[in-house]
Structures are given as structure tokens and as C-alpha cells.
Design a protein around this ligand. Structure first.
Ligand code: F6R
Length: 243
């Protein structure tokens, strides 16, 4: 695992955007795996800025998002579909037909998971997968568990994730209880993985991810087995790394 140390959130976002930008320059029709949440917002803002300056072209880029809440439609401003359009897709020249988020409104959840997994395969896999890190070590919505989930699947969210995400909703009761997520196996198939981590509340999870035992109790710890992971983290997130 390669760790890039950054001063703060802004510095982290700029460096992560640099790596994504390099991916697009090297392969203009690349497949990007994307994440939502607070961690990548600054990265998306930076990409938008470079696009506006004429330094980046999303015309041929394809994207697949990690996850989506079950039961939220595209118009719901808490859906990850909405988030991605708001923070990135509507601000650059990406073809909307090339952007993909699991369908939170699918009637048959199992069929939707299979469709999404097959669809990623049909694109030839993900060139660069962007991830945030949950405080409990989750990636996507792969929560601490007894085993690593391989494929795209539907999960019950843990209390800690509901608690962490309630800031975006009117109340904790409004946070959906289930979500669709790429599995750990889906994520691990990506050619390259880029993790953005900021803030002291992530420091424990980051130390366990990099130096801890590889266990489904800390889902991100599996990344130790991936051949090409870059973690871009700020000082606060790195504050509990062994000296
Ligand atoms: C988002 C996702 C989640 C977040 C994680 C960290 O698509 O899959 O795993 O990356 O919960 O969230 P933030 O960045 O809000 O701290």
C-alpha cells in the first residue's frame, strides 16, 4: 500500500484529484469507480475546477458508483444518484448514459445486484476505484461482518453507520435501513484503488486498515492484499499510525 501524507482535507483532495486526473489523461475512456460521502467532495470540486479550465475531458469516461440506499429515488436529495449529479456529473462533460449507480428503486433487489455486478464485468472492470473509509472500517456499505461479501449485495446498515449518516437526513429515523453495495470481491477486482481519508475520527480505522489483522471485522483491511492501493490521508487521519 502506498500512503500519501497530506496537510489537511484540501491538500488531500487536490492530490487525490491529481491521481484521478492522471488516470483520465492516460486512458480517456477509463472506467472510474466512484464513492459518495464527505471524503470525496473536495476531490470532485477539484476535478470540476480543472475541467472548467480545460485541463480535463470526461467525454469518454464511464463511471460505476459503489452503492445506493434502498428505497430512495433519483429525485431524493439524499440518494447517491442525486449526490453524484450534484457534485460531479452535472458539472462536467460526462455523458449521463455513461454514469451508473445501483438502482435503489429496483423491485427485485437480488436481480438488481446481479445486473450491477454483470454490468461492471461487461465494461471490462474498473480501472480506478475511489473509496472513502468508514469509522468502523467499512468500505462501500460493507460493514464489519463474519465474512467478506464477494459480490454486489443488499445490506442492513449498522447503528454506527446510521448514526454517522443521520447528519444528512432530517432525523435518524429517516435514514434508510438498507442499501445496495458493491461487494468486497467487486472492489478488489478493480485495477487500482484510491482511498481518501481525512480527520481524526478515521485515525483508528486507518491504522487497523494498514497495520491490523486482515479480518472482515475491519472490511478495509482486505486492501492489504490488493496489488495497487494508494491511500491519500491527512495528518489527522494518520495520527494513530504506528511510529
Ligand atoms: C460512500 C461509501 C461509504 C463512505 C464512508 C465514509 O459511497 O461507500 O463507504 O465512503 O462511509 O464516509 P464519509 O466520507 O462521509 O466519512
Amino acid at each position: 500500500m502506498k500512503i500519501i501524507r497530506t496537510r489537511d482535507y484540501k491538500d488531500m483532495s487536490r492530490k487525490a484529484a491529481n491521481l484521478i486526473s492522471a488516470q483520465i489523461l492516460l486512458k480517456p475512456d477509463c472506467v472510474l469507480g466512484l464513492a459518495t460521502g464527505s471524503s470525496p467532495i473536495g476531490t470532485y470540486d477539484q476535478l470540476v475546477e480543472w475541467y472548467q479550465k480545460g485541463d480535463l475531458d470526461f467525454k469518454q469516461v464511464k463511471t460505476v458508483n459503489l452503492d445506493e440506499y434502498k428505497g430512495l429515488n433519483h429525485e431524493n436529495d439524499q440518494s447517491y444518484y442525486y449526490f453524484m449529479h450534484h457534485h460531479l456529473f452535472d458539472r462536467v462533460n460526462i455523458n449521463p448514459a455513461n454514469t451508473n449507480v445501483p438502482n435503489g428503486m429496483a423491485e427485485d433487489g437480488e436481480a438488481e445486484c446481479q445486473r450491477y455486478e454483470d454490468f461492471i464485468g461487461s465494461l471490462g472492470g474498473v480501472d480506478l476505484q475511489l473509496l472513502g473509509l468508514g469509522r468502523n472500517g467499512h468500505i462501500g456499505f460493507n460493514e464489519p461482518a463474519e465474512s467478506f461479501a464477494k459480490m454486489t449485495h443488499c445490506v442492513d446498515l449498522t447503528e454506527s453507520t446510521i448514526e454517522a449518516n443521520k447528519r444528512f437526513f432530517a432525523s435518524a429515523d429517516d435514514v434508510p435501513r438498507q442499501a445496495y453495495t458493491m461487494g468486497i470481491g467487486t472492489i478488489m477486482k478493480a485495477d487500482k484503488i484510491l482511498v481518501v481519508v481525512s480527520g481524526e475520527d478515521k485515525a483508528d480505522a486507518l491504522a487497523k486498515t494498514v497495520y491490523g489483522e486482515i479480518t472482515p471485522e475491519v472490511p478495509a483491511s482486505i486492501l492489504q492484499l490488493h496489488k495497487n492501493v494508494t491511500i491519500v490521508a491527512d495528518e489527522a487521519a494518520l495520527s494513530k499510525m504506528p511510529k
